[in-house]
Design a protein around this ligand. Sequence first.
Ligand SMILES: *[C@@H]1O[C@H](CO)[C@@H](O)[C@H](O)[C@H]1NC(C)=O
Ligand SMILES: *[C@@H]1O[C@H](CO)[C@@H](O)[C@H](O)[C@H]1NC(C)=O
Ligand SMILES: *[C@@H]1O[C@H](CO)[C@@H](O)[C@H](O)[C@H]1NC(C)=O
Ligand SMILES: *[C@@H]1O[C@H](CO)[C@@H](O)[C@H](O)[C@H]1NC(C)=O
Ligand SMILES: *[C@@H]1O[C@H](CO)[C@@H](O)[C@H](O)[C@H]1NC(C)=O
Length: 373
Amino acid sequence: MKLVTILSLAAAAVALPASGSIAPRASIPKADGTKFNIDGVTKYYAGTNSYWIPFLTNDNDVDTIMSHLQTSGHKILRIWGFNDVKTIPGSGTVYFQSFSGSTATINTGANGLQRLDAVVKSAEKYGIKLIINFVNNWTDYGGMAAYFSACGVSSNAQWYTAAKCQSLYQNYIKTVVARYKSSTTIFAWELANEPRCNGCNTTVLTGWIKQTSDYIRSLDSDHMITIGDEGFGLAGDGSYPYQFGEGNDWAANLALGNISFGTFHLYPQSWGTSNSFGDGWITAHAKICKQLNKPCLFEEYGVSTASDHCPVEGGWQNTSLSLKDSGMAGDLFWQLGDTIKSTGQQTSNDGNTIYYNSTDWTCLVTNHVKAIG
Ligand SMILES: *[C@@H]1O[C@H](CO)[C@@H](O)[C@H](O)[C@H]1NC(C)=O
Ligand SMILES: *[C@@H]1O[C@H](CO)[C@@H](O)[C@H](O)[C@H]1NC(C)=O
Ligand SMILES: *[C@@H]1O[C@H](CO)[C@@H](O)[C@H](O)[C@H]1NC(C)=O
Ligand SMILES: *[C@@H]1O[C@H](CO)[C@@H](O)[C@H](O)[C@H]1NC(C)=O
Ligand SMILES: *[C@@H]1O[C@H](CO)[C@@H](O)[C@H](O)[C@H]1NC(C)=O
């Protein structure tokens, strides 16, 4: 609670315009038709993803990276708000929640949620808005699987409907939301990273998304809420990503009253489609967003062939931006790369990484931000 107070005061201080200045007052980001309004400005926005930034342990490193985003014209950063473990790591390693027997313990210590606090504080300082995600479908940083033995299930499909799993998950959400509930730096709360329920009736995920988004809305009446899904399950060319087999019905989920905007990802290499599949994929989602009058966020996209970064992803960015009056509200590439100042080490390179000030950065950040205007 103490920390929340400090953050709120900091937000108020940042928000005070210098006399005579026309700097907009920081405000909670909102949907405005099919676009986003950030600090009073409704337009198309660009940004990126950094799952790793909350796991850094040096505040100056976090500030340096946020300052790079700010000077580059990025506005939205999506981060992991989870780090679930079954075995408590050494004191220098960051984790947010641990499971033992049938209990979950949230780590609010210096190697716990205080690292997330540092990211929120830094983002506030540099005018970056954060999407905070609550759990992973995959096992990286724990994921739903980390909850399994504590809540007595053995699959993601069971996790979505088991009361005990959902009460642990909601308790974690409640703790995180309470820390930043009044912060103008939170762009949106996000249910999960790439939730899937393979072979399930789509009513399973739709029911879970409704239950969770209604729960978050009961805790926080102001911030946007979104799903974090890959965008599967919609009318299209019938190829794998359009199918409903992973349990998602994209339009039905987006239509839920407490879902503020749509999310979708794009990884043709993982999905067995061609890179040229991307333009139709973006257009198909934009169409549904326009019909439902909610913004579409092209939330992750990547190709791992380095020479394709600029031509392929730059093409997708252009397609997305060209639909800015037809449903598309912004895009975030996967993923941000930078050099950690205190160690001189480069951040994780998964082949999709776009490093700050590289040639790819000029193409996918500098030029894209310029094109957005
Ligand atoms: C994520 O979802 C897919 C589809 O349901 C599933 O195959 C995969 O195992 C899930 N991840 C985990 C960790 O369960
Ligand atoms: C999915 O579940 C709904 C509601 O329980 C039911 O009406 C529908 O028939 C089911 N669909 C399939 C394909 O099983
Ligand atoms: C959104 O969530 C609130 C709080 O749980 C609930 O009262 C409301 O009915 C939900 N809105 C819609 C449109 O479902
Ligand atoms: C994207 O559009 C810009 C103009 O805004 C253009 O310079 C660039 O070549 C385009 N990129 C691709 C890959 O088509
Ligand atoms: C990155 O590039 C910008 C523009 O050329 C330059 O001003 C800045 O100093 C560079 N930053 C670093 C850390 O090299």
